[in-house]
Design a protein around this ligand. Structure first.
Ligand SMILES: [Zn+2]
Length: 311
């Protein structure tokens, strides 16, 4: 891309007690990526990017670092590298884990990488589990994938493998959230995986977010429970997701005015909801150009990392 100011979207990092898996960056990978990307881009701090964005003054090479999902691995691994470089970024937080409701999204993610170091082994086990309980689910995933409609799902994520795409299509469209959870819960039980052992390793808490804020990072909204299809929700439910997030964060931080949309899922109501909540700028999850400060594009770290390694 590089024709418009944008964010880089980071998710998982590995190192120390944080497991290594597909697409995760080490501290060294992260540092290398910043050096490489910084050659042709102007990587700036969060406050500078924010002021420029809402003032319509972003230069086309301006880039900022963004971290979705408030993960401990981001804080533990990327945090020190940024500190060394004097860089700050945006941290988009979904708040349900702070209330003791451990969102299954991240637990499932940890489970699959922890138990299945090879992602294709996980996918095979997943489709097998869905097949095993298809009568209980009253949905046949195998049959639902047979027409190959999954090939057209999330075309923007060019780095997805066929299995990545099959899995996401099955999760979001064939199963839906409740049935997907039943398949995953069945797999975790069969594998003897106890998620309570890992929750402190997965998310940052109030104390880390306060520390980030104190060091001039910007904390933003990322919904309360991180639904994967917020853009399919009605107005009230969508607004409640963000309003709850905002209220919980503002219990210990100043007014929150930024957002990133979970799974890039939004609809025609979203911008109006943001304005009602006093939000001033937002990030998409794809490098799709847009002059609107509510839909600033982002490059995924996996894409950039692959490009860097291939050079
Ligand atoms: Zn997210």
């Amino acid at each position: 891309m590089n024709t418009q100011a944008h964010g880089i979207m980071f998710h998982h990092f590995h190192g120390g007690e944080h497991i290594k898996a597909q697409g995760f960056l080490s501290a060294q990978d992260f540092d290398d990526l910043l050096t490489w990307y910084g050659k042709n881009n102007n990587i700036i701090g969060a406050e500078e990017f924010y002021e420029k964005a809402i003032g319509g003054k972003l230069g086309k090479n301006d880039v900022v670092l963004t971290f979705d999902d408030a993960l401990r691995c981001q804080y533990d691994i990327a945090g020190p590298v940024m500190k060394d470089r004097g860089l700050t970024g945006f941290w988009f937080v979904y708040t349900s884990p702070m209330t003791g409701v451990y969102e299954k999204l991240e637990i499932y993610h940890h489970f699959r990488f922890y138990m299945y170091p090879e992602i294709d082994d996980f996918y095979a086990a997943f489709f097998e589990a869905a097949e095993d309980i298809k009568d209980m689910l009253k949905v046949d995933v195998t049959a639902g994938l047979a027409d190959e409609k999954w090939r057209g799902y999330k075309p923007e994520s060019t780095f997805y493998t066929d299995n990545d795409r099959r899995f996401r299509y099955a999760r979001d469209y064939i199963l839906g959230a409740d049935r997907y959870n039943r398949v995953m819960d069945a797999m975790m039980e069969a594998a003897g995986y106890d998620y309570e052992k890992y929750v402190d390793l997965l998310w940052v808490k109030e104390q880390e977010l306060k520390a980030l804020h104190k060091e001039n990072h910007i904390i933003g909204l990322h919904s309360h429970t991180h639904p994967t299809t917020l853009g399919m929700m009605n107005y009230e439910d969508q607004k409640a997701e963000y309003a709850t997030c905002k209220k919980l964060l503002e219990a210990f931080l100043p007014t929150i005015t930024t957002v990133s949309y979970p799974c890039d899922s939004f609809n025609d109501d979203t911008k109006g909801i943001m304005q009602e909540l006093g939000v001033k700028m937002g990030f998409r999850a794809y490098p799709i150009e847009n002059a609107d400060p509510f839909f600033i594009p982002r490059e995924d770290h996996s894409n950039l990392f692959k490009t860097m390694r291939n050079q």
